[in-house]
Design a binder for this molecule. Sequence first.
Ligand code: NAI
Ligand code: MG
Length: 326
Amino acid sequence: MTHEIAVVPGDGIGQEVIPAAIEVLETLDVDFEFIEAEAGDRVKAETGEALPQETYDLAASTDATLFGAAGETAADVILPLREAVDSFVNVRPATAFPGVEAVRPETDLVFLRENTEGVYSGREDRLTEDVSTLTRVVTESASRRLAEYACEFVTEHGHDGFTVVHKANVMRETDGLFRDTVTEVADERGVETDEVLMDAFATQVCLDPGQFDVVVCPNLAGDVLSDLAAGLVGGLGLLPSANVGPDRALFEPVHGTAPDIAGEGVANPAAKIISAAMMLEYFGYDEEGTAVREAVEAVLAEGPRTPDLGGDASTADVTSAVVERL
Ligand code: NAI
Ligand code: MG
């Protein structure tokens, strides 16, 4: 079966790491049809729109989207694109790589972050010159959908259970509903859970990340805590992510457009290539996904390496080394 893939490089190093990922995917025996589309600062300067309707429609109709990064217009691009795939969960692994310097090399976490509501539901008001407000929306249905995904995820990937991170002691209604729904779904399915308050989690994950494995959390907490965990494994440059919906998904590196190095051909393609491995696994190509991960890990450990990891190799050198290992 051919999978149709929307390819949206965007701006800056998005234009450099996307071709690297495509080159890796094209060495595999999988049937992908890539359809390229535009988004970001450059297309906004040309047409006035950061996310052309054609690009939105493409992401909403293809089987998956590979996204690079967008610059100033990132929020105008990525939030609607996540909506186009109806993404209800943001999957963010934070795993240290052997041989790559990390604050906490033992870190091996996966965040499953609610991706549609909480304080990011866009319900903000400016009531008076002095007063602004935000409505935090948490629904049972979104919490349930996330929990069902989390249960499938831990079962499929052989984890013992998951940790629910929340602040239900203060946000009793919203995070109370979140915690109760998530733990109830897990109980129904015989999946083990424990709970940690999100502020305590921030400290504990820094001191001893090894005590956590899969972490399920509301939108803002997941955004902040997964970036914190990214710091523990050596920064944002190596981390992939997936935005999963019921029928399609969007895969992106966690990093942005890296304007300081864009155009120089030295961007580290690892995050984007591992995002492509997540896409392979999403389609059930587990063997190919593992092969890509192992090839990237080997290249990160043994080189060649791009300058962000202390080497002097180019994006193309690293990509060729990954392809060679495959
Ligand atoms: P950034 O991730 O683009 O860069 C932060 C630092 O990490 C820079 O020094 C950069 O050179 C380095 N870096 C990032 N990825 C790298 C890679 N693959 N290889 C080597 N070095 C890498 O974040 P920053 O500087 O905060 O944002 C730059 C622009 O990107 C902004 O316009 C921002 O809006 C946008 N952005 C877009 C995102 C998206 O489209 N999802 C996400 C984050 C930022
Ligand atoms: Mg973030």
